[in-house]
Ligand binder design. Sequence first.
Ligand code: 5GP
Length: 335
Amino acid sequence: IDFIQRLPKAELHAHLNGSIPIPTLVELLSEYESHFDPANPKHQLPPSEIRAGIDQLQNLNLSSLNGFFGPFTAVYALISTREATLRITRAVLSQFLDGESPQCSYLELRTTPRGSGDMTRLEYVSAVLEEVERYPEEKAGLILSLDRRMSLDVMEECIKLAKHLKNEGRRVVGIDLCGDPAAGDINTLEPLVHMAKKAGLGITLHIAETLDNPPEESLKLLSYKPDRLGHATFLNEEALAIVLKEKMCVELCLTSNLLCKTVASLDAHHIRYYLKHNHPITICTDDVLPFRNSLQAEYALLMAQPPLGLGLSEKEVARIAQMSMESTFSTKTTK
Ligand code: 5GP
């Protein structure tokens, strides 16, 4: 564990609202409960429903990824104010970056610009950035996520927001595509990705997360030439050939894949394919709230002997950590 702690490494795939430490969420829930007024339109859900949603997120019993997205509604009901957004962002950043043995040297956090509750999208993202920017540039950056359930107009609004904030010198470093992989039409995204690239933003796309994502969809997403890919679990040979050729870094989330049952076992995990091809990968947590993992625990899985882990050597793991530092969207991390 000492070896893992000392390795300089980057966390490049962590969703803000999926990474809230449980004590922070419990505090927010108890405050919500004590002020709950059913007549107040801002109190979207009764506390019992929020509690049930959080319980569901913390005790995942999924047969597929389908059931994963619904319970996030409970989290969103608790973070509808600027004050709550500041608090959860501070807690998430601290969980990764502070303390005697921080989880990582650099955190590229991602979040979906939310325009509900008390805040506009700009106000929400500005609150998140306020906390991100308390850390130096070589420690933290922010990616704005487009949710596949968004309309094209809203996606465009988010890209323009990212561009505007970047031009203002704020710490937005990239764009992501996430959310329910069964939702939305990705065929219309090309001009948006182009706009983001032109603005100097890095591009990462969740791709081929489930068997239901058709090969044509993955090929279309790859044609947008993203810099990095999230999960990339079910790519066919044609798609894999492109990924290898273009050296697109793959963000791999071992525990997330196992708990969402998109991968049957560590032994069957596609990390083995990328290691065999000496392809850039980065190990990530995805959502520590439901998956109850940590970045150091994900690295421990790399080193533990099979069947518990992958049995990689210190040298191999050090190389993986190095690849994570080389794949950031920040120009300030040590490449
Ligand atoms: P947020 O963007 O609100 O900060 O973080 C939570 C959101 O991230 C979820 O509502 C969901 O849209 C997205 N998300 C979290 N984990 C995953 C994942 O494993 N796959 C996909 N496709 N989206 C995810």
